[in-house]
Design a protein around this ligand. Structure first.
Ligand SMILES: NC(=O)C1=CN([C@@H]2O[C@H](COP(=O)(O)OP(=O)(O)OC[C@H]3O[C@@H](n4cnc5c(N)ncnc54)[C@H](O)[C@@H]3O)[C@@H](O)[C@H]2O)C=CC1
Ligand SMILES: O=C(O)[C@@H]1CCC=N1
Length: 268
């Protein structure tokens, strides 16, 4: 059982995870320390979540038995330089850094258990989607502990590390695509006469409802789409335009581009 949790990098994703962890009472604020290079960010995290804060990554690593790496990919090498010799072999490293292989981190932290995770920001509202890949020193207990955390803040599954770039392109970046869709649908609602806030609520609740139908029923989305689509009705008129404008191909291209970018971030 882990007692002290450290976050290296206290940005958007660390905040989403801290929020999810605290709201599910997986750990108390007193068990969490956040390290960042930006003092204002630490002040914010401290006052918002009552967690401890530090600018000293090495001290945080020495005091933590569960360490989240949550800096941008371009900063991970500098962070690893500073951690060498400060991470206990009994500690667990959970890296959420996009594109950076377990091997890269393992080379710098020999024999330390590492789990690489690709979560997404909805972990902040217990609706996250996370994929976990276990490094060579991460045993079943460590995997279960990490899965417990990510299951508490949404869904998770264990997969081969080779699939994590694709996961990044789909569900890691996916909330970004969904926000664009919601914003565009809200614009559309305003265009046809709805007040802005009403249009945003209609768009967001509709995407959430459709997603929930897919997950709850287990039906193929095409079958559920057919159930909305009356012959000669309104929905097929709308879907016809989506197909004409290439929305489907645009989404495929978006996931492809994000997956390729994830590979580039790891210089592969
Ligand atoms: N935002 C997202 O939706 C997701 C992000 N990720 C990954 O999570 C990681 C963090 O992403 P975000 O939170 O969005 O980025 P962010 O930019 O909001 O947060 C990164 C934080 O790290 C801090 N930092 C920079 N250098 C540091 C150092 N040497 N020591 C300690 N802290 C340092 C920065 O000041 C910043 O507050 C990235 O690697 C990203 O690929 C993974 C899944 C989803
Ligand atoms: O945009 C990014 O690079 C990160 C990784 C997945 C989501 N956000």
């Amino acid at each position: 059982m882990y007692r002290q949790v450290g976050f290296i990098g206290g940005g958007a994703m660390a905040e989403a995870l801290v929020n999810g962890i605290l709201s599910n009472q997986l750990f108390s604020p007193g068990q969490i320390t956040v390290a960042d290079v930006v003092a204002e960010r630490l002040e914010y995290m401290k006052s918002r979540y009552q967690v401890a804060v530090t600018q000293d990554n090495a001290a945080l690593a020495e005091a933590s038995d569960l360490i989240f790496l949550a800096v941008k990919p371009q900063h991970i090498h500098g962070v690893l330089d500073g951690l060498a010799g400060h991470v206990r072999q009994s500690s667990l490293i959970v890296t959420i850094v996009a594109g950076i292989n377990i091997e890269v981190i393992q080379n710098r932290l020999p024999q330390v258990p590492i789990i690489r995770v690709m979560p997404n920001t909805p972990v902040a509202v217990n609706a996250g989607m996370s994929a976990l890949a276990l490094g060579p020193y991460a045993d079943e207990t460590a995997g279960k502990m990490a899965a417990d955390i990510f299951n508490a803040v949404g869904r998770s599954f264990v997969t081969d590390e080779a699939l994590l770039d694709a996961v990044t392109g789909l569900s890691g970046s996916g909330p970004g695509y969904a926000f664009v869709l919601i914003d565009a649908l809200a614009d559309a609602g305003v265009r046809v006469g709805l007040p802005r806030q009403t249009a945003i609520t209609l768009a967001a609740q509709t995407l959430m409802g459709a997603a929930k139908m897919v997950l709850d029923t287990g039906e193929h989305p095409a079958k559920l789409r057919d159930m909305v689509t009356s012959p000669g009705g309104t929905t097929i008129a709308g879907i016809h335009v989506l197909e004409q404008k290439g929305v489907r191909a645009a989404l495929v291209d978006a996931v492809l581009a994000a997956t390729q970018r994830s590979r580039e971030l790891g210089n592969r």
